[in-house]
Ligand binder design. Structure first.
Ligand code: ADP
Ligand code: MG
Length: 271
């Protein structure tokens, strides 16, 4: 059966047409090739601001590759070729004038296994981005530490052991720590690549609920191969297949009334 998207926020009170919401990212004819092998074949998509946009599709269809183009993470991949345009709140992020380090502060990223840095305490893990940005002011660092840990729903669990190693935390806490690390620099967008796929169901539920709370402040792009997770968490969902965008709709519409046969086949388990 199809995943049930009813667990999400009251659909009636939310805009379901992505075109009517201001865009965080405007992606035009995006093509990515590794060497001579094309992997993304001209993706055009507007990712709405302050929403959770899910990217679903079978393994190898290009979800992670796509996500990485949104903060220029491919910069150091040998042989990669990127064509097309990606605008973030109107600004072309591939413009040579854009500093990729500053860009990555605006566009934070959380991976499936974004392990805490093993030699660092909980506190140092959260503050590492701010320290790299040259921030030394103690009271500012303390303020941001608490803010990020509260945002990541971790403050109460760790406030009495901020100097313990990050790796001492449970799997779900470690993932929330990595979210706090991404949030500490106050990004505008959060990219998440399979953030729950290494977690047990309880930790997964906590992170999913956190993601839904975070969209009040951030635009979130959530890559997942887990349809139930997209159904529970994403406001809008894009379905990718073999490097192409097949369909982009409100999650509810995509899951209950897909327009494309390929989407329907995927949702009903025929891929
Ligand atoms: P997904 O995240 O949907 O599973 P990926 O974006 O990781 O898919 O991969 C899409 C395709 O691009 C795959 O065929 C993969 O092997 C290929 N690919 C990904 N990264 C690289 C790379 N750095 N070099 C060469 N090929 C790659
Ligand atoms: Mg992937």
């Amino acid at each position: 059966s199809l995943p049930d998207p009813e667990g999400s926020a009251p659909a009636s009170s939310r805009e379901t047409d992505p075109q009517k919401i201001p865009a965080a990212f405007q992606i035009e004819e995006l093509r990515v090739a590794f060497g001579s092998r094309p992997v993304l074949h001209g993706i055009s998509l507007e990712i709405p601001a302050r929403q959770v946009t899910g990217i679903i599709g079978p393994s190898g269809c290009g979800k992670s590759t796509f996500l990485r183009t949104l903060n220029r993470m491919h910069e150091f991949t040998p042989g990669v070729r990127i064509q097309g345009r990606v605008r973030l709140f109107g600004e072309d992020i591939y413009d040579p004038k854009v500093d990729p380090i500053l860009l990555r502060r605006r566009v934070g990223m959380v991976f499936q296994k974004s392990n805490p840095f093993p030699t660092m305490s909980i506190q140092e893990n959260v503050l590492v981005g701010l320290r790299l940005a040259g921030i030394r002011n103690r009271s500012l660092l303390e303020e941001r530490l608490e803010e990020a840990l509260r945002m990541a729903a971790l403050w109460n669990e760790v406030k009495d052991r901020l100097h313990a190693p990050g790796t001492e935390l449970s799997g779900g806490q470690q993932q929330r720590l990595c979210i706090a690390r991404a949030l500490a620099v106050r990004p505008e967008v959060l990219l998440m690549d399979e953030p729950c796929s290494a977690l047990d169901p309880i930790a997964t539920a906590q992170i999913e609920s956190l993601i839904r709370d975070l969209r009040e402040h951030y635009s979130i792009v959530l890559v997942t191969h887990n349809l139930q997770e997209a159904g529970r968490t994403a406001d809008f969902t894009a379905f990718f297949l073999e490097g192409k965008l097949i369909e982009f709709e409100s999650t509810k519409k995509l899951f209950t009334n897909p327009h494309q046969k390929q989407t329907e086949d995927y949702l009903t388990g025929r891929y």
